[in-house]
Design a protein around this ligand. Structure first.
Ligand code: FAD
Length: 437
């Protein structure tokens, strides 16, 4: 261990979502003994967490082999006793429809090449060259599937993210981590003092006015990170995608048991229904929605859940189109539990695991999940533990990048290779409120 934080030093983690909980667990495994997690919701899984959800895709093939290798490690860990109850290796049916743009087709081709290039993944890849192949791979998809082609990767699956958060919360508690939830856990600010060496954090202040001292503050606040670490500026954009569900019967859920994650890059994706709630989740993807503060030009996740409790019309149409292609009996059903789900986006989709500059190594930020971080849940915290052991980020991709590549822009909707469409502003997609007067 270098000069950094000592194993018995008080460490505060802000945020009890995916990155915060994984970090708490792994720090206890590495011998850190004085860890407190502060979470603004009064229970875990927190409703504000992007991972408070029925399921997230755990797919190993990335355009960047760096993340492919990490996901292979994560999947091995998903199969260990703590995580296995939440991992379902249903396979990932990854296609484009006949209407797809060239960008979608090219992206699919890069994902496929990544899967086929990897010796561990390749044996699990089944080509789907036409609609018949798709039906062979999944007989339940009884819609027209017009023009669908791509591949099925049986190496991949999904994780029940909300339940996985709850399990790691219990495991971290059992390992001695203290949790402060609700009004005692909502963090107002990181508190700084001036020292001869420069500015340094002395702890945090919670919304109830209390000061909590610590040697190190680790901020893992998801889409709300900008409020606590304004130094990020436009390096991170709070962004959201739509999520909605179809309520099925027991019989319908049973009939769809075991279907792969079904993803047309141009239409979005859906999952095997959840057997407990009979909900089938759909996500239309796209360029996402941002919530830019006109004064600062910085996008923040809204403070209340109500502001995100809808999906825009365009996304609803897109979700119905996906159903019409795949499971047409469901295409006109009500879409329930609609919401926008907020994450922290970087321009290169890389995570950030590093000290905040100008804090004398007293504040670490875990951010930039870029909408693909949950699959790493079983191992994410080991990277933080490794970082603290070395007191520096040895992996250039996860450093606090000094240049602000899009200082003038900070949106990068359609620029991201694996997404289609531009980012829109939340204020422009809000449902029109009908006056009750
Ligand atoms: C629609 C959608 C689909 C996704 N699909 C996938 C997928 O298929 N596969 C995948 O791997 N990933 C997926 N993701 C990404 C995944 O959900 C995130 O990468 C992951 O949840 C990020 O974890 P986090 O801890 O950074 O943020 P979160 O999980 O959002 O947690 C942040 C936590 O910080 C808390 N917090 C915020 N501010 C404060 C404060 N001031 N005080 C105290 N607590 C605070 C919040 O309440 C929250 O609990 C998806 C994301 C979205 C939005």
């Amino acid at each position: 261990m270098t000069m950094g934080v000592q194993k018995s030093d008080p460490i505060i983690i802000v945020g009890g979502g995916a990155f915060g909980l994984s970090t708490a667990l792994h720090l206890t495994r590495s011998g850190f003994t004085n860890i407190s997690v502060y979470e603004k919701d009064d229970h875990i899984p927190p409703r504000y967490s992007a991972a408070n959800d029925l399921n997230k895709i755990v797919r190993a093939e990335y355009e960047d082999p760096f993340y492919t290798d990490l996901t292979i490690k994560a999947i091995a860990e998903w199969k260990t006793p703590l995580f296995a109850p939440f991992f379902h290796q249903t396979g990932f049916l990854h296609c484009v429809s006949g209407d797809a743009s060239q960008k979608a087709i090219d992206t699919l081709a890069r994902f496929r090449a990544s899967a086929e290039k990897n010796a561990q993944i390749k044996p699990h890849v089944v080509p789907l060259d036409n609609v018949n192949d798709v039906r062979q791979a999944c007989w339940q998809l009884d819609g027209p599937l017009t023009g669908w082609n791509g591949y099925l990767n049986r190496f991949d699956g999904y994780a029940h993210s909300g339940n996985a958060l709850a399990a790691v919360y219990r495991a971290a508690q059992a390992a001695g981590v203290r949790f402060y939830l609700g009004e005692h856990g909502a963090v107002d600010e990181v508190v700084y003092v001036s020292t001869l060496q420069g500015r340094k954090s002395s702890g945090i202040r919670t919304k109830d006015g209390k000061f909590h001292p610590s040697s190190l503050v680790i901020v893992a606040a998801g889409g709300a990170v900008g409020r606590l670490v304004p130094e990020l500026g436009k390096k991170v954009v709070a962004k959201s995608w739509s999520v909605a569900h179809v309520q099925l019967t027991d019989e319908e859920t049973s009939a769809l048991r075991g279907i792969p994650i079904t993803y047309a890059r141009d239409l979005g994706f859906l999952f095997e229904p959840d057997p407990k709630t009979n909900l089938l989740k759909i996500c239309p993807m796209g360029g996402g929605f941002i919530n830019t503060d006109p004064k600062t030009g910085i996008s923040h996740a809204p403070d209340t859940l109500e502001e995100s409790a809808f999906v825009p019309d365009h996304d609803e149409k897109q979700m119905r189109k996906l159903l019409a292609h795949t499971l047409p009996a469901l295409a006109n059903r009500p879409l329930v539990k609609r919401s926008l789900c907020w994450f922290a986006d970087t321009d290169d989709s890389d995570f950030i695991i590093d000290y905040v500059p100008g804090t004398s190594d007293s504040v670490v930020v875990l951010s930039g999940d870029s909408g693909h971080g949950f699959k790493m849940f079983p191992i994410f915290g080991s990277w933080v533990s490794d970082f603290l052991e070395h007191s520096r980020q040895r992996n250039a991709q996860w450093r606090w990048k000094q240049t602000d590549p899009n200082a003038e822009k900070g949106n990068w909707g359609g620029d991201v290779s694996w997404r289609l469409g531009e980012s829109l502003e939340l204020k422009d997609i809000r449902p029109k409120v009908v006056s009750k007067l």
